[in-house]
Design a protein around this ligand. Sequence first.
Ligand code: NOJ
Length: 487
Amino acid sequence: MFGKFSRRHFSKLAGLSALGMAAQPAAVTAQTATDRHAPASFPKDFVWGTATSAYQIEGAVNEDGRGRSIWDTFTHTPGKIEDRSTGDRANEHYVRYKEDIGLIRDLGARAYRFSIAWPRVFPEGRGAPNPKGLDFYDRLIDELLRNGVEPYATLYHWDLPQALEDRVGGWRSSETSKAFGDYAGYVARRISDRVKSIFTINEAGRFVNFGYGWGVDAPGLKLPDAEVNQVRHHVALAHGLAVQAIRAQGRAGTKVGPAENLATCVPVFDTPEHVRAAEIATRELNSGFLGVILEGKYTDGFLQYAGKDAPKFTADELKIISSPNDFVGLNIYAPQFYIAASDKAPGWSILPLPTSFPHMNSEWLKIGPEVIYWAPRLAAKVWNIETIYISENGTSAEDKVHADGRIYDLDRIMYLRNYLRQLQRATAEGVPVRGYFLWSLMDNFEWIFGYEKRFGLYHVDFETQRRTAKLSAAFYRDVVARNAIGV
Ligand code: NOJ
């Protein structure tokens, strides 16, 4: 019935236009439309990239002396991963990296954010380095540079050496922070001749709570609040030690900063009172990691809220933690908190999120393009940040392969088109966002969801390892080529 109706309907429209009788008012001609609309450009030298991480793509978990990580242990524990998969094979990127760099080149994106697996470099987490540990990354970096792609390395994307978990309790101990600092210095010595920007720690905001508080991610612990806060403090300390080690041992001028999924706040609407409230909320809700790194202290609000569970720390540690960064990476996917000004202390409140709030194919991934405008704007204001990268943004989608072999991921294009519009708005207003890394280059191991959630611009058939560009790859290639969104 609908099909019949729409066929008739459209042939009628087609007939009209064939007669030169456009359904639009005559005034809107192609010429005036061009005059009124213009592409929204990003700043000159804006960095366009894609991102991945070691455990999610490399595979080769037993190659060349790699030690075990907490994610090897976790994925091999029954009941932890939805589709019962592991990263043992993943995208076989360890051997297919040249082909994958070809995919990056084809996008025209000139930057790539990857992570280095700590247990490849120090199989025991500390002590003797694996002589072959960085060889793969040397090859990867050289190949990227040969292809005109700037490498951005992340030192910690969740694959903690299992030996540290076993011997010192992982992030429960500041021994792990020290080991991370040593690892960072070692890596910087070796790669900073070619890698100019290093992200220290990826998404403390997730792995601390999920891994140590709620038992959802590796290492699967459910610690009391006081210990979780201490874990977060040790991670912040690790970041600071890494910044210092990179400055001491890397080439002069090496840029360094975190890649954090800050708690994102959006003012409920754009009025000065709500915006101010969202600024205060951004500061308070992120005090436990980004805040302490950028301010050198926990806010009174944070300490009061934590009460007897507040982390224990020394003045010296705070100094290390707040070693100056060159940039701040923000991973931004979804609005988390809509904030309203309030008459009651502390002057702001979090509004309840309706259950009907729309989301993408991942339930947590709420659709709120304005978050990629507000999060960097608020962060830049609150902490006076001069250089921000969107170190991750993207979405999962169903990504069914059609009969013609193509993947028409219109939902991902819808998401990206809207988010990038808002990002352009931010840059046009002077928010200091210098680059954007789309998550992800290709489908990969999505942690507890295994291979069921696909985030890539390239589809991966995990049986054959065949990579196929989705329609969104063409969309992104166009944005990158024009350095603009819209026409
Ligand atoms: C954040 C993480 O850094 C990345 O590993 C993950 O795959 C994406 N978000 C999507 O969930």
